[in-house]
Write a protein of this length. Structure first.
Length: 572
């Protein structure tokens, strides 16, 4: 959100993100276990560790080279440097067997890195990671068609971004006829298993990466409860106030490791959190500007009744790490006093509305990076709630957040405020492209006390939807295909909202007419009024919509809230 006087919100456009089913699997539970691979399975990729330079590999525009450092294993790795008009795509044609399943993996480091396979004869696959300073394994699977005898595997970076490194590529499965690199050995047992956030029904786990592992199994009290691709999982379906023992193993085509050391975690008691009791099933959120940037200056009492949640923008950072305060801009708001402000909040609450304090904005500098700052955050927000009567907090940190400590902060705030606490979020689109992103992790970590995530579907450029296709902002497809990522990634439909500017003046790009917002909600809720993209199923409980801002809405005659508000509140 933008607070600069007289200018629409602008953000640096980011590279396209790909929502990875492999990443989502890291948080999905009660998955079917994967059996040990056949002894006949081999790595069908040639020169998989780049020990023979670029033999068997072709890189676009001369972008690739073999280097001796950094390497994941052996003495060489691939370095590929994207240019402004080239994404440094390196490919290899790999012999495969028809009607067979293969695991495609690679270790990567550096800039944005994508791994995928085309020509599978069924569904082509891909996965990706943002820039990473340490080696990280990407992994996905594909099944070949009835007549498929070869596939093209690829790695690439992103235009104009930093170079990426890759090593130890594997296309593991039945021998396609050309033999392959040596099959991996059984991996070592994972180390560093740690229990993180707990709720009355879930425990979050994380552990260290294991070399040559392509997946991990999670055990609860000796019984396998999940198989995941990454190094974290959230075990759900647990009983409140109960101690559980957890272990994990590492797997690859050679088999399963020994179990890790056990860690014990106790679930929370019942009765905590509710995510905003008293809100309607479908709700409209609007940001109210505590500053004058050319939009209509308002008091809280001026905000139309169409808004169910009013987010006061913004709290201010203090010199104490993590702590925030609020300074009403009385001068900029035509003499609006703190007493009037508090009285107007009480009046809105009497009318059934919720008013929350928003933390961040485009220029917000609040940072929660350790336990001390997490405690400062919770204590200071709770103090503001007591002083002004806020119902909760909105997280709009557009410069990133630490999911571990923001989760800690919000749970501490929930413990202080009780079950009626309202917690909303307004991440940018890039923040909700993958469950591995900090915002998405935080939302899933506090799912039991989270009210709604209103992703900002603007100032984004083109992005990829949950179907892996590119969609341009400003369309029904952009809204529905990107919201689908959250709906399929673990958030409840009631926690998913569509964030849009109220007028073209409210953002640098991505404004859509209220009709487009209405159509997108219909598509998600009822599979009607869709564009070319249609979700795999309807989500009738989708929460609603958000706008920046009530002030820009007022400057445009409240056209947004009159249309979208009426539409949201008419949803069954």
């Amino acid at each position: 959100m933008d607070r600069a006087p007289g200018t629409p919100g602008t953000r640096r456009l980011r590279p396209l993100g790909i929502w990875s089913g492999a990443v989502t699997a890291a948080l999905a539970l009660s998955l079917a276990g994967t059996g040990q691979a056949s002894a006949a399975d081999v790595n069908n990729a040639k020169n998989a560790g780049f020990e023979a330079g670029l033999s068997n590999w072709t890189c676009s525009a001369g972008s690739g080279t073999a280097v001796s450092s950094p390497v994941h294993a052996g003495t060489a790795a691939l370095k590929a440097a994207p240019a402004g008009q080239d994404n440094a795509r390196c490919t290899q044609t790999v012999a495969v067997r028809p009607n067979s399943t293969y695991t495609l993996s690679a270790w990567v480091q550096g800039g944005y890195t994508y791994l995928g396979a085309t020509g599978t004869g069924t569904t082509d696959v891909s996965t990706w990671t943002p820039d990473t300073t340490a080696w990280k394994q990407l992994s996905t699977t594909f099944t070949t068609g009835s007549s498929t005898t070869s596939v093209t595997v690829y790695l690439h970076g992103w235009y104009g971004q930093a170079a990426y490194y890759a090593d130890d590529v594997s296309v593991s499965g039945p021998d396609g006829g050309g033999g392959g690199d040596p099959a991996p050995t059984v991996p070592a047992a994972p180390a560093g298993l740690t229990a993180g956030a707990t709720t009355s029904s879930s425990v979050s786990l994380s552990w260290n990466t294991v070399t040559n592992a392509t997946g991990y199994n999670v055990y609860r009290d000796g019984t396998k409860v999940a198989s995941v691709a990454g190094t974290s999982a959230t075990v759900t379906g647990l009983t409140a106030s109960t101690a559980y023992s957890f272990q994990v193993t590492a797997t690859n085509v050679a088999g399963e490791s020994a179990k890790s050391a056990a860690v014990t975690a106790t679930t929370a008691g019942t009765g905590g959190g509710g995510g905003g009791t008293g809100l309607p099933k479908h709700a409209v959120t609007g940001y109210w500007q505590n500053f004058n940037n050319g939009a209509t200056v308002q008091k809280i009492s001026d905000v139309p009744a169409a808004y169910d949640i009013i987010a006061v923008a913004f709290a201010d950072a203090t010199t104490t790490p993590g702590a925030v305060t609020f300074n009403l801009d009385s001068a900029g708001l035509n003499g609006y006093t703190a007493d009037q402000f508090k009285a107007d909040i009480r009046a809105k609450q009497a009318a059934g509305k919720k008013v929350v304090i928003s933390i961040g904005g485009e220029k917000g500098t609040v940072s929660v990076g350790d336990s001390a700052s997490a405690a400062n955050f919770a204590n200071s927000v709770y103090s503001l709630m007591q002083t002004y009567g806020f119902d909760g907090v909105d997280i709009d940190l557009e410069n990133g957040l630490n999911p571990t400590y923001m989760t800690q902060a919000l749970r501490a705030l929930s413990a202080k405020a009780g079950p009626d606490l309202v917690i909303t979020m307004a991440p940018q689109t890039i923040d909700m492209q993958s469950t591995s992103a900090g915002y998405f992790k935080t939302a899933l970590n506090i799912k039991d006390i989270l009210t709604v995530v209103n992703t900002q579907y603007y100032n984004s450029g083109a992005m990829l939807g949950c179907d892996g296709k590119v969609y341009s902002q400003g369309t029904v497809d952009f809204l529905t295909a990107l919201a689908c990522i959250q709906l399929e990634g673990g958030l409840a439909p009631s926690q998913v909202g569509l964030g849009l500017p109220a007028s073209p003046s409210g953002a640098g790009g991505g404004y859509v007419s209220p009709t487009v917002v209405d159509n997108a909600l219909d598509c998600l809720a009822k599979l009607t009024n869709c564009g070319s993209f249609k979700p795999s199923k309807a989500y009738p409980d989708v929460r609603g919509a958000m706008t920046w801002s009530t002030n820009w809405d007022a400057a445009a005659g409240n056209a947004w809230s009159n249309s979208v508000g009426a539409h949201v509140h008419a949803m069954p």
